[in-house]
Design a protein around this ligand. Structure first.
Ligand code: ADP
Length: 268
């Protein structure tokens, strides 16, 4: 329809030669919808903490100077800081995502994944506040070719999620091993709340959360798995999610045999 009316107009203006470009319009429309949803989501995610922050600022401003005690000041400071940190975390994750989307990905260099797991475990343990049992099976000598900072964020995202979505006294099992097929596998298993099968395919969408309230309360931005998915793709790795609602989940990153290297391999 649109193309035809354009042709009619061009003919009217005396244009006799055309270059006709056809393309998959439905694909473009889908992209456009995704883009619009994304902008709407970002706006919404940032607006909530901004509104809360503005509210607290006003409250503090309206308090006459002598009547505000040190405790009150501290109280409002902490509340406002929490909102500022929320926004910071969202913006940081968005920047990470956009870098992942726009920068080229090569093979990287040999990365000692065991070290990254060690660091991620320290963060996870402090987030857990000793409320979970950690079981760790890590092959220290297993290296993959990759980009260290990206691998670090993928590894820690899966681990902090296991802590966030596993109630007190649950067990989190972290493994890093060479499979029989020669691929390298990082897996995080938890005995947590689990995920219903219909939600699993959507988890890597930006800002998708099964339970918005719970994710916010635990400090999640809703972008962790979207980032992890990108990191996986850039390393030709597969992000696998298996879960039973109410029983627990296994998230894994499986790197192809072609990425398994030794520390002295030059892979660039
Ligand atoms: P968030 O910041 O909300 O954790 P993610 O992208 O990391 O964002 O995860 C998206 C959603 O996937 C979470 O909100 C949660 O509903 C679900 N999820 C992720 N990891 C787990 C897990 N180990 N157990 C149960 N649900 C999980």
């Amino acid at each position: 329809g649109q193309e035809r009316s354009l042709l009619v107009q061009l003919t009217r203006y005396g244009v006799k030669q055309f270059l006709i470009v056809t393309r998959d319009v439905t694909q473009l429309e889908k992209l456009e919808t995704t883009r619009k949803d994304f902008v709407a989501n970002v706006s919404h995610e940032l607006r909530t903490p901004l509104t809360v922050l503005a509210g607290f600022l006003e409250t503090v401003h309206d308090m006459p100077a002598p009547s505000i005690s040190d405790e009150q000041r501290e109280h409002y400071y902490l509340l406002m800081m929490e909102q500022a940190r929320r926004m910071q975390a969202i913006v940081d994750d968005l920047l990470t995502l956009s870098t992942l989307e726009s920068s080229p990905s090569g093979m990287g260099e040999p990365v000692r994944v065991g070290d990254l797991i060690e660091t991620a475990l320290q963060q996870a343990r402090s987030l857990s506040k000793d409320q979970h049992v950690f079981v760790v099976n890590v092959n220290e000598d297993l290296y993959v070719a990759g980009i260290e900072s990206e691998l670090a964020s993928g590894i820690s995202n899966l681990l902090t999620n296991a802590v966030r979505y596993t109630p007190k006294d649950g067990t989190i099992t972290v493994s890093w091993y060479l499979t029989e097929a020669g691929t390298a596998c990082y897996s995080v298993q938890d005995t947590g709340i689990g995920i219903a099968s219909q939600d699993i395919p959507r988890l890597t969408e930006r800002f998708y959360r099964v339970d918005r309230g719970r994710s916010r309360a635990t400090g999640g931005t809703g972008l962790g798995l979207a980032i992890t998915k990108h990191v996986a793709m850039r390393h030709n790795a597969e992000l696998n999610i298996r879960s039973r609602f109410g029983a627990g989940s296994i998230f894994s990153l499986e790197f192809p045999a072609s990425r398994v290297v030794t520390p002295d391999d030059s892979v660039a």
